[in-house]
Design a protein around this ligand. Structure first.
Ligand code: ADP
Length: 183
């Protein structure tokens, strides 16, 4: 199964992805985690990404897309994957579509986690990651509204979108996701 998880920052995509990845036996591919791993290993890619992440802005698409292409080319992703954090723009969605089409593949579903802004701000402040301070959070939410939210209609028109309410408990949300994917 080839899945994308959509939702605002702080929607709990990473938490859900870990559970779904286990339940569906597909690797969790998180661009945020891949960047953070590169930053901690002090790679060139990490150095390039850091300034954007610290500001809550998007890392340039060329950099991000190459990283995703490499990751999805690894053996464990051949039969499926759970993408978390990519695509974040229509341009990235088109790149992903073309990347998969080259291999004769396509997405099976896009899970859209819906949650109010009050709840996501609360969750991010509680999480306290380096880019989880109020000003950076505001920027990330703005980037989400401007650049990422248009993907909801993009994928709805392709009949791939599955909406899941992300305001319940972790267990409620994961079982709602698995139920929705079953249909
Ligand atoms: P969250 O889900 O809370 O937004 P992530 O861990 O997914 O956090 O992403 C953290 C940061 O990594 C983003 O604010 C952005 O700077 C960078 N990033 C992640 N994915 C992408 C992407 N697809 N394109 C550009 N930048 C990205």
């Amino acid at each position: 199964m080839r899945l994308v998880l959509l939702g605002p920052p702080g929607a709990g995509k990473g938490t859900q992805a870990a559970i779904l990845s286990d339940a569906l036996s597909i690797p969790h591919v998180s661009t945020g985690d891949l960047f953070r791993d590169n930053i901690s290993r002090e790679t060139e890619l990490g150095r390039e990404a850091q300034q954007y992440m610290d500001a809550g802005r998007l890392v340039p698409t060329s950099v991000t897309a190459n990283m995703v292409r490499t990751r999805l080319g690894q053996d464990d992703a051949a039969k499926g994957f759970l993408l978390d954090g990519f695509p974040r723009t229509i341009e990235q969605a088109e790149i992903l579509r073309d990347m998969l089409a080259e291999k004769g593949e396509s997405l099976d579903a896009v899970v859209n986690y819906t949650v109010s802004e009050d709840v996501v701000v609360e969750r991010m402040l509680a999480r306290g990651r380096k880019d989880d301070n109020e000003e950076v959070i505001r920027t990330r939410l703005q980037v989400y509204r401007d650049e990422t939210a248009p993907l909801i209609d993009f994928y709805r028109e392709l009949d791939l979108l599955v909406d899941v309410d992300a305001e319940g408990t972790v267990e409620d949300i994961s079982s709602a996701t698995l139920d929705a994917l079953d249909k």
